[in-house]
Structures are given as structure tokens and as C-alpha cells.
Design a protein around this ligand. Structure first.
Ligand SMILES: C[S@@+](CC[C@H](N)C(=O)[O-])C[C@H]1O[C@@H](n2cnc3c(N)ncnc32)[C@H](O)[C@@H]1O
Length: 306
């Protein structure tokens, strides 16, 4: 349980071991009751689709307790009153999204699926060339701090080689967390981000060493864009028309089935016919969407919009 020292909890006590009327600071527990947890969880769900089961009470208490401290609010009841009158796009909601989202990610995550992407991307470039069309749209729909999208940019750069300047490849990363988006735009990473299957040669080639950190080089940075998008907002997803590849990996686990279905209906509509949808390694659309054709490859399956 989180505790904060509150100015108004300084209590005058008479302690036989201390001079009379010594002031002693006590602390009040800053605790989240089950009713308050349910109120908060419902507000967060309504705005973002992120769902917290009741065993996550202490997680919310801990993560949002820090925010109460910053705002110097004495209780979660006051915090709930504070956010009730705000809109989903307000800055306090952004603080909440920063606090409650799990932004875990790394470069070259789920290599078997990335191999499938390489094949499908190469096939699509041939098809597009035959049609006289040199544009391809790729969307990382919960891009977190950017490692996923930079991985795709590196792969695309290697596949296109010297022909790259003749292509218009849109690589867009979106996320609900402004803090994660800032890290993506800063493009500077610690060794923790390199625990995937990136080769040492790729690391040397595409990153600039800065002390203990590694910054993505300008060529790869110039290939990508990042912006805020809340997957709970259907109109925001609908603004993403004509996408060829959607990566929506390791985010649906934070949604309940109703939200998953809502997101999938919108995303399906935004994919081009022949386009592909990629989930995380432990995820599936079983019971969520039957609109796609499942294509199986060695070590991974992907969803195709026919
Ligand atoms: C675990 S990370 C996944 C990162 C990356 N896709 C991967 O697989 O490595 C999940 C991301 O989903 C984002 N997220 C959660 N709810 C979201 C929502 N409603 N709209 C957009 N992004 C959301 C979080 O901010 C977080 O950065």
C-alpha cells in the first residue's frame, strides 16, 4: 500500500519520552477502496478500452498514487472527482495513459513472424510494380517506444536496397501513451531494447553509439512517423484507410472481448484487400473475428483480408 506524508496529518502528541507538545509527522495510507477502483477502472475503460480485472487494484493504486502525490490530492475520491469532469483527450487522461500502459517492447521481436513479413512484403512489391504502383502502407498500431516500427523500417530498407528512393513506403507508428511516443521520436535506446534477434552488423549499421545508448541513424528515422492514436476511437482508426500491413502486437491483451471486437471490425475495414494483419506471438483472433483468412508459415501465422 502506498503512503504519502500529508501536511495536515502533523499531529500534536504528548509523549512521556519527549518534551511536552512535540509535533510528530504521521502518514496516512493513500489507499484505493474496491468501489473507487471500480469507478476508476470504468472511467479508464470507457476512454481507452484498457480493462483492469479486480486483481489489478494494487497496480492502479500504485501507479496512480504517484500522480495523486504530484497533484497533492489527499485521496483517490478527490482524484476521481478531478477526472470525472475531464474529456478523454484532456491532459489528465494522458497522464493516466502514461501511468497505466505497459510499454514493453524490443527490436526484432518475434523473428519467425518478421520472416513472414519479409516474404509478404517482397511479394507485394512485385505485384505493385506490375501495376505501376510504388506505394505501400505499414501501420504499427501500438508502437510503444518505437522498436517495432524501426525494426520494420530496417527490414524494408534492406529488402528494397538501392531501389528504396523509387518507392513511397509509409511507416506509421501510433500509440495512446505520449511518453512512449516521445521515446519513439527520440529514437535512443539502452541495451534492453536489443534482446531480440537483431544482428551485431545491423546494430553497427543502423545505430549511432552515444555513451551507453544507441540512437537510430537519420536514414531510418526519416522513413518513419509517430503520432497519437487511441484504438478506442473508431473514427481515429477509420482515418487510416488503405493500409497494406497492420501490426497490432501485444496490445489486445489489455482489452476485453467487446473492445477487441470493436477494434477488429474497424481495422478490418481499413486494410486493403490482400492486406495482412499481425498479432503478437501469444495472441489470436479466435472468438474475436472470423473475417480473415488464416495463413500458416513456419513458426508463425498471419491474418489475410481476401
Ligand atoms: C506491450 S506494448 C506493445 C508494443 C509493440 N507492439 C510490441 O509488440 O512490441 C503495448 C502498447 O499498447 C499501447 N496501448 C494500450 N492501449 C491502447 C489504446 N487504446 N490505443 C493505442 N495504444 C494503446 C500502450 O501504450 C503500449 O505502448
Amino acid at each position: 500500500m502506498l503512503s504519502i506524508a500529508l501536511a495536515n496529518t502533523a499531529t500534536k502528541v504528548t509523549n512521556p519520552g519527549l518534551p511536552a507538545m512535540t509535533t510528530v509527522s504521521t502518514t496516512l495510507p493513500l489507499s484505493l477502496s474496491l468501489d473507487q477502483f471500480r469507478d476508476l477502472r470504468d472511467i479508464i475503460y470507457e476512454k481507452s478500452g484498457i480493462f483492469f480485472a479486480e486483481n489489478k487494484l494494487y497496480l492502479l493504486e500504485n501507479r496512480l498514487g504517484r500522480r495523486l502525490k504530484e497533484l497533492q490530492l489527499p485521496s483517490f475520491g478527490d482524484y476521481i472527482d478531478h477526472i470525472r469532469n475531464q474529456h478523454g483527450a484532456s491532459s489528465e487522461f494522458h497522464q493516466i495513459y502514461n501511468a497505466v500502459t505497459i510499454n514493453e517492447t524490443f527490436f526484432f521481436r518475434f523473428q519467425a513472424q518478421l520472416e513472414v513479413f519479409k516474404k509478404l512484403f517482397a511479394d507485394l512489391t512485385k505485384q505493385r510494380l506490375a501495376q505501376g504502383n510504388r506505394s505501400i502502407d505499414i501501420w504499427s498500431a501500438a508502437s510503444s517506444s518505437g522498436e517495432e516500427l524501426y525494426t520494420l523500417a530496417i527490414i524494408v530498407n534492406e529488402l528494397l536496397g538501392p531501389a528504396a528512393p523509387n518507392w513511397k513506403i509509409q511507416l506509421l507508428g501510433t500509440d495512446i501513451s505520449h511518453r512512449a511516443l516521445k521515446r519513439a521520436k527520440d529514437a535512443t535506446y539502452s541495451k534492453n531494447s536489443f534482446r531480440g534477434s537483431m544482428t551485431e552488423a545491423q546494430k553497427q549499421h543502423y545505430f549511432v553509439e552515444e555513451g551507453n545508448l544507441f540512437r537510430v541513424n537519420n536514414k531510418i528515422r526519416d522513413m518513419v512517423q509517430f503520432r497519437y492514436l487511441n484504438l478506442n476511437e473508431v473514427s481515429a482508426i477509420r482515418s487510416m484507410a488503405n493500409v497494406d500491413f497492420i501490426f497490432c502486437r501485444n496490445v489486445m491483451i489489455y482489452f476485453d472481448d467487446e473492445m477487441k471486437k470493436r477494434v477488429m471490425r474497424s481495422m478490418y475495414g481499413m486494410l486493403n484487400h490482400g492486406g495482412y494483419f499481425f498479432l503478437g506471438e501469444a495472441e489470436s483472433l479466435h472468438g474475436i473475428s472470423s473475417s480473415f483468412k488464416v495463413e500458416h508459415f513456419s513458426g508463425a501465422f498471419v491474418y489475410k483480408k481476401e
